[in-house]
Design a protein around this ligand. Structure first.
Ligand SMILES: [Zn+2]
Length: 177
């Protein structure tokens, strides 16, 4: 069982899987993806969304900007989201502290003309939780508050030995673990 969980954990968290999902057409405006893995005291949360949600680039695409400039501007905007707590709220008594946050942008597949020039943004956070047994629920209300055009979040993950798969909306933004 332990091996299965570890393999699932690696599969869920690996960048390769995100890349595959993108190629399969997961770049859907209004739809975000979150991956949550709790192993012992360590909680990993990945949050992926179409970079359009960072704002204003619909118009930029019509300017004659170099791709590099646009990507640079997007990554600056992405990095202003300093903490995963901008997206998700955890119970205080679980005592989770962020130890690492990384940001990345990936261009959506070029053959797809509808989304040519579009990117996906990814925030990955590692947290250490003092009392992970108190992780009874989590709320993505902060993400729904932040992004006006966000309709749904598909959440997948592994909490201890339990697999997780749910779709959240603005009116149902919490998840019982
Ligand atoms: Zn797009």
């Amino acid at each position: 069982m332990r091996h299965i969980i570890t393999a699932l954990t690696i599969t869920l968290i690996s960048g390769a899987v995100f890349a595959e999902q993108r190629n399969a057409g997961s770049h859907v405006h209004g739809l975000n993806h979150a991956t949550i893995v709790l192993e012992g005291n360590r909680l990993q949360i990945a949050y992926e969304f179409p970079a359009e949600q960072l704002g204003e680039q619909g118009h930029e695409e019509h300017k004659h900007e170099e791709h590099g400039d646009k990507a640079h501007e997007l990554s600056k905007k992405l990095e202003t989201i300093e903490s995963i707590f901008s997206m998700v709220r955890l119970p205080d008594n679980a005592q989770c502290k962020e130890t690492e946050v990384t940001h990345s942008l990936t261009q959506v597949g070029g053959s797809d003309t509808e989304h040519a020039g579009h990117s996906d943004a990814l925030i990955q956070a590692t947290l250490e939780c003092g009392a992970p047994e108190n992780l009874m629920n989590l709320s993505f209300a902060p993400a729904f508050d932040r992004f006006d055009d966000l309709e749904k979040i598909e959440v997948e993950g592994v909490i201890g030995n339990k697999a997780l798969s749910e779709t959240l909306t603005a009116t149902s933004s919490s998840l019982a673990l």
